[in-house]
Design a protein around this ligand. Structure first.
Ligand code: ZN
Length: 54
């Protein structure tokens, strides 16, 4: 699992949980984001990924 923003590997915890979060864009696609990039707002994350913002 890699962060789609900084491309770093995200540590995976048990039961498919990641040390980070998933951000859903306007089309319902999930983007995996690491703990560090999680500090950005959802809007900032999606804009950096060029994903549709809800
Ligand atoms: Zn990241």
């Amino acid at each position: 699992m890699k962060c789609e923003l900084c491309k770093k590997t995200i540590a995976e915890l048990f039961l498919k949980k990641i040390k980070g979060t998933y951000v859903k864009d306007a089309k319902g696609k999930l983007h995996s984001i690491c703990f560090e990039c999680q500090k950005l707002t959802k809007k900032d994350v999606l804009e950096k990924l060029n994903a549709p913002v809800a």
